[in-house]
Write a protein that binds this ligand. Structure first.
Ligand code: BG6
Length: 477
């Protein structure tokens, strides 16, 4: 079957508020370059940085180019030159309406064809949102083709209350079809494939229930530290940065019922249903040694750079199956995976030490799926060993990096891979109580366990899972 190659369905202008944000540099700019390299861009498009820092078009182009070269060691020079010709910069205020009006006039001189979609992408601190939204709605950047679309990247607020404020500020000024809440994990082929894998394979549909599964492990290890993002990270910590968003989304895709329809609201509703069913068992918080010596981090910082959690779902498919999540910075390697361990059968029950049967779905650095099956050794005795059978999952269809896919969807007006507030609130309801109890009374789960850089995390995380008779599965390759 020939897979249609997704291209930008319309001419567009992408305005980047707070264009120097780290996610823009790390993820968005390289993705935009990739779209140009793969000839997925329309003829007429513009990428315009809008920020308070004075900068010329030329300086912003150099900034963009540097970000691409940092991620892409041998870029396609012709494609890079082409995209740089579409890049502009405007020094503007977030609070003054006049700035937005002048910008609009300038935009019209950049945009050759007025039939286009305008998108605003935000990489600004949350307290800048209300002013920007109000001004955008008043000055009106809609085009004849479509109302302005707003792409807001996670984190959606800092807690439930601020997420609610964000929703209110958005709803006051914009319609739901203008709002695109972006979690880049949902643009990863491997993440959306979790649901497809389950429902396209009766082996998995049958086995992945409380009847057969003993526990689920979701791991997102990173070898990198906070990469100079002291200001952001020290206020957020790994629970908010990785778990509230990306990893609870992975959990939702892995455990939700197949939605009745493919509509955005049906998908979001099923995800929210799983997230609402979460009960937190135990939590371990860790910090890598030397974190409080990083530039910009207070000496007495209590921010966690590592966490391990035990969750239980009050969901009909998964009642009683513990889900363990762990994530951290400055660990041994970059490894994102989902491990489903199956309940012990007779050989495992009779012979302590035999490994469980497992399904390992590796999401990063390379996508791969592995079954770990107990198989009999040759000969007369019933001795077993682990047989690993697996394959890389090569993307062989229309393969795109996550921000590229999500951006093309936003240009096309498709919201299926974006989030809704119901699921965001449900995720905050899981995380908020953990944070609050650490802000005030120092309860036991707030204890910070120090761990060595390059390790697999604190010992307390191993003890958390061992207490239930399980072990973390750490990748072998
Ligand atoms: C971002 C976090 O959302 O995701 C970063 O803010 C983290 O701290 C990054 O490093 C991880 O994304 P990925 O795609 O590299 O796993």
């Amino acid at each position: 079957m020939k897979i249609p190659f997704q291209i930008a369905e319309s001419n567009f202008t992408l305005v980047l508020f707070g264009a120097s944000g780290s996610l823009a540099k790390l993820k968005l700019f390289p993705a935009l370059y990739e779209l140009e390299k793969e000839k997925r861009m329309p003829k007429d498009y513009a990428i315009v940085g809008y920020a308070r820092t004075p900068m010329t078009d030329e300086a912003f182009r150099r900034f963009f180019e540097k970000a691409v070269r940092q991620q892409e060691k041998n870029p396609d020079e012709a494609a890079l030159k082409r995209i740089l010709a579409h890049i502009h910069y405007y020094t503007g205020s977030y609070t003054e309406q006049a700035s937005y009006k002048t910008f609009l006039k300038q935009l019209k001189t950049i945009e050759k064809n007025p039939s286009r979609v305008r998108l605003a992408y935000f990489s600004v601190p949350p307290d800048a949102f209300p002013d920007i939204f109000k001004n955008l709605a008043t000055v009106n950047w809609n085009t004849k083709k479509a109302p302005l679309r707003l792409i807001i990247e996670k984190p959606f607020g800092y807690n439930l209350a601020s997420a609610k404020k964000l929703k209110k500020a958005l709803q006051k000024n914009f319609k739901p079809e203008q709002i695109y809440l972006l979690d880049h994990y949902l643009g990863k082929e491997a993440v959306s494939n979790l649901l497809s894998l389950r429902y396209a394979n009766s082996i998995l549909t049958t086995l992945m229930t409380r009847e057969f599964v003993s526990n689920i492990q979701i791991t997102a290890m990173e070898d990198k530290d906070i990469e100079g993002r002291a200001n952001y990270f020290d206020h957020v910590g790994i629970l908010r940065d990785m778990v509230q968003s990306h990893l609870l989304q992975v959990l939702a895709y892995l455990t939700m019922y197949s939605p009745r329809t493919k509509t955005k609201s049906a998908i979001q509703h099923e995800k929210a249903r799983v997230l609402k069913s979460i009960r937190v068992g135990k939590v371990v918080r860790g910090q890598y040694m030397g974190y409080n010596k990083e530039p910009g981090i207070p000496k007495d910082s209590q921010t966690e750079t590592y966490t391990a959690l035990k969750l239980l779902l009050k969901h009909p498919l998964w009642k009683g199956v513990p889900v363990y999540i762990r994530s951290g910075k400055s660990l041994q390697k970059k490894w994102t995976s989902v491990v489903i361990e199956f309940a012990p059968r007779r050989p495992q029950r009779e012979t302590p030490g035999l490994p469980p049967n497992r399904l390992v779905i590796q999401l990063q650095p390379h996508e791969k799926i592995e079954f770990h099956l107990l198989t009999k050794l040759g000969g007369k005795t019933f001795d077993f060993h682990d047989l690993t059978t697996g394959r890389p999952i090569y993307c062989s269809g229309d393969c795109l990096v996550e921000h590229g896919r999500l951006l093309l969807d936003a240009i096309a007006g498709k919201q299926g891979l974006f989030l809704g507030f119901e699921e965001i609130f449900a995720a905050w309801r899981v995380i908020d109580p953990l944070q609050k109890s650490c802000d005030h009374a120092r309860s036991k789960h707030c204890e910070l366990h120090l761990y060595k850089k390059g390790s697999l995390g604190p010992k307390a995380a191993d003890e958390l899972i061992q207490a239930d008779g399980f072990e973390w599965f750490n990748s072998t390759s």
